[in-house]
Design a protein around this ligand. Structure first.
Ligand SMILES: [Mg+2]
Length: 226
């Protein structure tokens, strides 16, 4: 393999695809009833941007309906970001990055991340990784950020299904496209990367949706052999 730079997707590639839906969203939802009555100034200033902000119960209903309907509301995003940051910082949330992915990141020199989650969210996630050698213990979580050379998201680089996004990333990294190996669980993302001349590898992890046959991409189930 000639690639020397690794560009990694997150969900479905280095951590279970269920993490956002089954951990982050329920964590936020459970906090909503107390959030709407919060005396914290930073929370209150975010909530004040909702039209229902004078009435805690109406506000709670409104926030929950935005979540349930997956509405891309900027105030909601801001509120979720604040709640998750606090959750990670308090040790109530840890990211379940696969052990083989952690070891891979430690072993390789050039690791970059490209996710549709914001760069800020990526740094939070990799800054609070559950220690796979101490499952269930109170051992401090791992900070993998020192292993990562750069982060890309939709704001910095464009959408993951567009080939131009990968061209931008490659030029920002400053290497030839064929020196970059993009690993993702999403065939459409791999197609866009391939069109930009980037090497590709399809991650097949437990819990990922079934993939179409005859996709033509090399697949990988674990990163041990990379
Ligand atoms: Mg993915």
């Amino acid at each position: 393999m000639s690639e020397s730079v690794y560009l990694l997707d997150i969900e479905g590639t280095v951590c279970p695809i269920s993490f956002v839906q089954e951990t982050l969203f329920p964590y936020f939802s459970a906090k909503v009833p107390s959030l709407v009555k919060s005396s914290d100034d930073s929370i209150k200033s975010i909530l004040a941007q909702f039209p229902q902000h004078g009435d805690p119960l109406a506000l709670q209903t409104h926030i929950q309906s935005l979540v349930n309907n997956d509405v891309k509301d900027p105030v909601l995003k801001q509120l979720q970001g604040t709640v998750w940051t606090q959750g990670y910082t308090d040790g109530e949330i840890e990211a379940p990055v696969y052990k083989d992915a952690i070891e891979f990141m430690k072993r390789k020199q050039s690791i970059y991340i490209y996710s549709s989650g914001s760069v800020q969210a990526q740094k939070l996630l990799f800054g609070h990784v559950a220690n796979p050698n101490n499952a269930g213990s109170n051992e401090l979580s791992l900070d993998l950020n020192p292993l990562i050379k750069g982060y890309f998201d939709i704001n910095t680089s464009g959408k993951k299904l567009e080939s131009s996004s990968y061209q931008k990333i490659v030029s920002q990294i400053g290497v030839a496209a064929d020196k970059v190996l993009f690993i993702s669980d999403n065939i459409k993302e791999l197609e866009a990367a391939e069109a930009a001349g980037v090497g590709t590898l399809l991650a097949v992890r437990p819990g990922n949706p079934p993939i179409q046959q005859n996709h033509g991409f090399r697949t990988i189930e674990r990163f041990d052999t990379l």
